[in-house]
Design a protein around this ligand. Structure first.
Ligand SMILES: Nc1ncnc2c1ncn2[C@@H]1O[C@H](COP(=O)(O)OP(=O)(O)OP(=O)(O)O)[C@@H](O)[C@H]1O
Length: 313
């Protein structure tokens, strides 16, 4: 079913003593999505992922994986999940094949399906030629591939990857990002990162987390095109300022002189078309209409630093 909800987390909260690491967080992952969890260090990404994968009990709130409650039936719920933690559980003294066979058994892959599972996980992660190598002798990039392979060995619909490119060199980072994008064709993915270009390169939707709370949750298409900031309009025969302020979606108007005005749109509105219409109808002599579009970087800095400032206060 398209649009099927695979993970639904409601009001997740986790405290460590006085620290509220995750605060009332809601999250929905649908089939086919690659969702990026973006936040500065300490924002609560790892704690969220540990709770989503059943590796840490929430202080309150609940998680459903394909409608199965993680709390009530953890075994059945976890069958639908693959997880690469921030510190991957690699066994350096095993070969890649031995390690992946062991993980497959842990995930309950039937003996007769094991060879096929191993082959397809290795193929998806570019490990076909290194099955006989000791994990401990592989480069960090290849060890990370092994970590991803163990997360998909049982073909789960959902894969959760915690900071999968940390500590890799730029070439390895590119390769792992490509691998994750490819994974998105057969799995729904949640990826955490504090690196903005990584989220932009790989994800379809971004959730920005700051101090344990979701402060932004949008598709990257909307982020690229939708969230506009101040508008500049230039008019040869401007009307009274009040006429501009009366246009739907315009919050404030300030005159800059020479027929130029700076308009602040209401949150989520884009009044440019209405402004152009009004200018044509009123014969205002429109000669400039431009908007500053916020980049994800600006949104990230604004939302996370606003939060820091509030915390400091
Ligand atoms: N076991 C723990 N005991 C006490 N505090 C913890 C523990 N784990 C995390 N925290 C605190 O909870 C908050 C969120 O940490 P978390 O590791 O989830 O953040 P993060 O966004 O994953 O950061 P990073 O990218 O640095 O791993 C931080 O303030 C952290 O210090």
């Amino acid at each position: 079913m398209d649009n099927e909800v695979l993970i639904e987390a409601r009001a997740l909260t986790r405290r460590y003593g006085p620290t509220v690491a995750v605060d009332n967080l809601d999250l929905t992952l649908r089939k086919g999505e690659i969702l990026g969890l973006l936040g500065p260090n300490g924002a609560g990404k790892s704690t969220t992922m540990k709770m989503l994968t059943g590796n840490l009990a929430p202080t309150s709130g609940e998680v459903f994986i394909k409608d199965v409650s993680l709390h009530e039936d953890p075994k059945a719920a976890k069958r639908h999940l693959g997880y690469l933690p921030e510190q991957p559980p690699v066994y350096p003294e095993l070969t890649v094949d031995e390690y992946l066979r062991y993980c497959a058994a842990l995930h309950g892959v039937a003996k007769k399906a094991l060879d096929a599972a191993l082959d397809s996980a290795k193929r998806d992660c570019g490990l076909t030629d290194v099955g006989h190598r000791l994990v401990g002798n592989l480069s960090k990039g290849y060890q990370q591939r092994v970590g991803i392979a163990q997360a998909i060995i049982h073909r789960p619909p959902v894969v959760i990857l915690d900071e999968p490119t940390v500590g890799l060199d730029p070439i390895q980072i590119r390769e792992i990002r490509k691998l994750i994008k490819d994974l998105g064709q057969n799995h729904s993915v949640i990826l955490s990162s504090h690196i903005l270009p990584e989220i932009q390169a790989v994800c379809g939707r971004v959730m920005i987390v700051a101090r344990g709370r979701v402060v932004y949750n949008e598709s990257l298409d909307v982020t690229r095109t939708g969230r506009i900031g101040a508008i500049t309009i230039g008019l040869r025969r401007p009307p009274e300022q009040a006429a501009l302020a009366a246009i739907a979606g315009v919050k404030t108007v300030s005159a800059l002189g020479n027929g130029l005005f700076r308009l602040e749109p209401e949150s989520g509105s884009d009044p440019r078309e209405a402004l152009a219409d009004a200018a044509a109808r009123g014969n205002w002599g429109l000669y400039e209409l431009s908007a500053h579009t916020h980049t994800l970087e600006e949104i990230f800095v604004e939302l996370t630093s606003r939060d820091e400032t509030r915390a400091a206060a």
